[in-house]
Design a protein around this ligand. Sequence first.
Ligand SMILES: [Zn+2]
Ligand SMILES: [Zn+2]
Length: 717
Amino acid sequence: MKNSIRKLVLAMSIGILAAGSTLYAQPQNDGLDDTYDTSIEAQDAEVPELPDVTADTIEAEILPSGVYADGVSYAAFDLTVYDGSFRNQLTAVEASFYDDIAGIENPETHLKDNRVDLSTVVEEDRLYTQEERDSKAYMNSEIYQQLFPQAMRAMDAYIRDDVNLYWCNAFGAGIRVHFTRADNPEDTSVYYYKVTYTMFWYFTAYYSDIIAEMPETEAALNELREEISAKLLENPSRYQIIMAIQDSIAELVSYPSADLSQKYYHTITGALLEQYGHQVVCEGYSRLFSILCNDYDIPVMNVEGYSYTGSSLDHMWNYVQMEDGAWYLIDLTWNDAGESAYTTWNLKGSRNTIAAGNHIPAGRLFYSREYENFTLPILSEESYTDNLSTNCSHSDSAWVTVKPFCTEDGKEALICQTCGKILQKRESAAAGHSWGNYVVKKAATGQSEGLEERTCSRCGATEQRTIKKLTQKQMVEAYVTRLYTLVLGRKPDANGLNAWVSQLMNGNNTGAEAAQGFIFSNEYLKKNTSNAEYVEMLYNTMMGRKSDAAGKAAWVKQLDNGCTRLGVMAGFVGSDEFSKICASYGIQRGTITSTAVTDQNPDVTAFVCRMYTVVLGRNYDPNGLDAWTAKLLKREIGGGELSMGFFHSQEFLSKAVSDRNFVTICYRTYLNREPDAAGLESWLVRLNAGDSRDRILDGFIYSIEYGELCTSYGINR
Ligand SMILES: [Zn+2]
Ligand SMILES: [Zn+2]
C-alpha cells in the first residue's frame, strides 16, 4: 500500500464568486420599481474551511456504530434513502435548482464569464418597506440565508448523478434580489415591496485548457472503450466488465510521483492524454472508472472521504452495485500496483473497510461540505466473490486483438472463454492487414464498371477495387446463369451454359425464347409447381422482383380459368421490366406467342369455364373448353346457345335435378346470384302449370341481366 499517494490535494476552492457589482447595476424595469440589489454578489464569498475531522466526530456525526454477531465492531451507514439518484434526496426548492442546472445545454460554455440564470423563483412571504429595503433587511430572512446551501446541494447532487461532468470543478453562484412595489392593505401610508430571489450560475473548469481538450479526451476515451470491449466475452457479467475496465485503466494510468498540485491530475483528461503522462491521483482514477462503468449501465459513484479514521478528507474511490443488488467498494488507486494484481481493494464490503477503519466516506462533496451530507448506498458487509472465475480452471482460452496491430504495434490478450478472466497480455508488432476475400459491392455491367471491397478482419480497414465492364459474352453468360438460378434454382452446368450462350450469341434464340426453354424444360416441369408458385417464378425471372398481391392474384385467376402457362408467360415477356432486363444484358428480347384457343381472349375462356362450374358443378376438361371457346370466339354461337348446350348436355340431363334446383341453377348461370323467394316461387308455378324447362331457359336468356353479363365478357348473347 502506498501511504504517500493517498493524499487527494484539495486544490478546489469553493466557488462563490465575488462578481463586480457594476455588472448588475443596470435595473431591468418592468414599469414599477423593479430593480436588483447590486451589492450582494460579494456576500457569502467567505466559506469556512472544512472543520478538522477527528475520529470522534466521524463516529458521532456520520457513522452509527454497531457490533457484528462475531463481536467485531463496525460502523455502517443506514442509508436506505439512496434509490439511484441523488436528486431524490433534495428538497423541493433544491430539486427545482437541480432541474434548472440539468436543463442547461452545453454547460461547458457557461464558464466564469458566461453566467446562466436559473429559472426557479423563490418568494419571500412578507413585504418590505423602503427603509427595510435600504438596510437590506431581507438578508436576515431565513429564506435568503438558505439559498446558497440549497443551490449547492443541488449542484452536488447533479455532479454526483452525472459522472460525465469530468471537466467541472467548483462552481460559482450568486443571488439576484427582485423588488416589486406592492400594496399592504394593513398599512396604506407608505409603499411596500414584495421580494423574490433567483440564482445565477457559473460552471468552472478544473484548469484553463480542459474545455479545449475535450475532443482529444473523448477520442482517447473511445480508444480505451474499444480496448475494454475487445476484452469482453459476449453478455459479460458486471464482474467481468469491471475487471476489464480496471485492467485497461491500470495499464494506461499511473500515479504521479511528485507535484500533486497539478489540476489535470484530478481529471480523466490527465489520465487519457499523452501530454500529461497519463498520470492522475485518486480522483482521476475514480472519475474515469465511473464513466466507463456508466457505459455499461453499471450503477456507480465517486465517493470521497477519509483514507483512515482520523485522517483528513484526503481520498476518492468508487462504489458499484453488482447483480446481487448490493454495493461494494473498489479503489483503483490503491489497487494499481502497476500491472495487474487488482485484488486488494476490489469489491470490498464494509467489514474490510469502514469497520476496519479505512475508506470512511464523507457522504458529501467538496462544494457543500459545510452544509449537509448526502446519504450514500449502504455497503455490503461482506466482500464480493465471483464464483465463476474463482472456480474456473481457465482451460479454454483464446488470444483476442485488444488493439489492432496491422499498421502499427498493437496489443493482444489471452482471455478465458469460460469466465472472461484476462490471463495474459502481449504486445504485437505491426503485421499488415489481414484481408478477407473481395465482396462485390456493385456488379459490373456491359455499360459500367463494378466495385468490390475487402475488409481487414483485425482492424476493419477496407480496400476497394474496380471490376471491369463485362464483355458481350460475359453478359450473355450472366443472363443464362440468372435463368438457371431463378427458374431451376441451381448453378449452371458447363455444357448447358455453353449451349445456351452460343444460341443467344449467334442469334438463334432471343432472350424470351431462352426463358421459354428454361420454363418449359423437363427439369422445371418435374417440379410440379402450383399456379401460384409458377406466377411467382415469372415475377422474379421476367420482372426482376417479387410479386404484388393484386397482380399475382389476377394472373393465378387466369390460369385457374383455363389460360395456358405459355399464354401467361407471353404476357410477362411483353412487360417493360423484361425489356429492361434483356437490354441490361445486351441481348434481344424477342416475343412469345401462344396459339392456344384459350389464350386468345381470357375473358371468353373464363366465361366458358364458368359454365362448367355453375351448370355442371365441375372443372373444365381441356378439349371441351377448347371447342366451346373456339365457337364463341368465331361468334358461331352466343352465350345463350352456349348455355343451352350445357343444359341440354347428357351430363346435365343425367343429373335429373329437381325443378327447384333447376331454377336455382338458372339464377346462378344467368343472373349470377342466388334466387329470391318470390322469384323462385313464380318460376316453379310456371313449371307446375306445364311450361317446359326450355321455355324457362328462354325467359332467363332474354333477361336484361344476362344480356349485360354476356356483354361484360365480350360475347354475343
Ligand atoms: Zn476461467
Ligand atoms: Zn487491419
